[in-house]
Design a protein around this ligand. Structure first.
Ligand code: NAD
Ligand code: TYD
Length: 339
């Protein structure tokens, strides 16, 4: 089987490539990534050195390039991770989110129609459902929850999902969509909460917590997300949406304090800053359908997963230091200066 993995130099896509290399050793894996600020080729070094994957630098929005790739490889599966993924950046500059997340997805699906495919899998997010109140722990997002987006990021992901469903219904393109909760684990770009807090705490820098820190996210280890995608890609029903999550809700403040405790750093580093505009209060996924249909279960409990993740950042300082010493520093100064 030949699989096109887009966005494979990013956080989840790279973890998926490592996962699939082990899980499906006979598959041909091709990574298409534009290497934006969030893409990091060094993440894939071990796979590239041993020619375990093919890497192509380019955009999913580049129709000529995408068609050429499909013609050359004749893919069986496409898994689309490529996206602009940071909510704060979507507030500063929404346009690239529309270009990559919506148009890019459409170009990929046009190629799938033209050249034929067994399955196009769209990696989506629980953020398309909007948010839930903090005082109703009984409410969870199911696949039937109406789309109700808050940020330009989530609106662009929801738009892509609707296009995927339209291509399925209108053109009979074989598709599946998965909507996962917040991931954590190795190779997570240090603009996102968990790696940002780990890397800044290690440098004894202040830790920006938006608003009161009471917002809730439902955290899942990236490996469990990758395992679910692999199953859905192979066993999912055509046209279906599957929620993926770990039933693991934490406030942001709990996350920050957990990290500080493990690193032996003081809580005085926490700095409450101006809230994110339109900040979603609570995400909570009901993964019952995915669990029931595939017997999939999260395997990494949060207490273990967060310890392993912190250890990974301690063992791989060069990976994240290279990032935060580059243009990231300018980003941080710009994004946080008014907060
Ligand atoms: P990321 O920002 O770490 O990685 C995105 C990757 O896509 C980068 O390698 C980047 O270079 C690449 N890319 C960006 N624009 C591209 C383009 N036009 N063409 C080709 N490649 C391009 O993101 P992530 O956290 O790994 O998220 C991957 C996917 O999973 C996204 O679609 C995101 O919406 C979804 N998702 C993420 C989470 C999470 O917690 N991180 C949760 C649920 C769903
Ligand atoms: P983030 O990692 O950006 O993921 P998402 O917004 O997609 O859930 O943020 C996770 C939570 O942490 C979110 O409620 C915003 C909050 N947050 C902070 O409090 N401080 C920060 O510096 C960042 C980046 C996020």
């Amino acid at each position: 089987m030949k699989v096109l993995v887009t966005g494979g130099a990013g956080f989840i896509g790279s973890n998926f490539l490592y996962y699939m290399r082990k899980r499906r050793p006979d598959y041909k894996l091709v990574c298409l990534d534009a290497l934006t600020y969030a893409g990091n080729l060094s993440t894939l070094d071990p796979l590239l050195k041993n020619n375990e994957i093919d890497f192509v630098k380019g955009s999913i929005s580049d129709r000529d390039l995408v068609y050429k790739l499909f013609e050359e490889y004749k893919f069986d599966y496409v898994v689309n991770f490529a996206a602009e993924s940071h909510v704060d950046r979507s507030i500063t500059n929404p346009e690239i989110f529309l270009q990559t997340n919506i148009i890019g997805t459409q170009v990929l699906m046009d190629a799938c129609r033209k050249y034929g495919i067994k399955r196009f899998h769209q990696v989506s997010t629980d953020e398309v459902y909007g948010d839930l109140p903090l005082d109703r722990p009984d409410l969870l997002f199911t696949e039937e929850t109406p789309i109700n987006t808050s940020s330009p990021y989530s609106a662009s992901k929801a738009s892509a999902d609707l296009m995927v469903q339209a291509y399925n219904r209108t053109f009979k393109l074989p598709v599946t969509i998965s909507r996962c909760s917040n991931n954590y684990g190795p190779y997570h770009f240090p603009e996102k909460l968990i790696p940002l807090i780990i890397s800044r705490a290690l440098n004894d820098q202040d830790l920006p917590v938006y608003g009161t820190g009471e917002n809730v996210r439902d955290w899942l280890h990236v490996k469990d997300h990758c395992a679910a995608i692999d199953i859905i890609l192979h066993e999912g029903k055509d046209g279906e949406v599957y929620n993926i999550g770990g039933n693991n809700e934490k406030t942001n403040l709990e996350i920050v304090k957990t990290i500080l405790k493990q690193l032996g750093k003081p809580e005085s580093l926490i700095k409450f800053v101006t809230d994110r505009a339109g900040h979603d209060l609570r995400y909570a996924i009901d993964p019952a359908k995915t669990i029931k249909e595939f017997n999939w279960q999260p395997t990494i409990m949060f207490d273990d997963g967060i310890k392993q993740t912190i250890q990974w950042y301690l063992d791989n300082k060069e990976w994240w230091k290279n990032i935060i010493n580059g243009e990231y520093q300018t980003y941080y100064d710009e994004m946080y200066k008014e907060r």
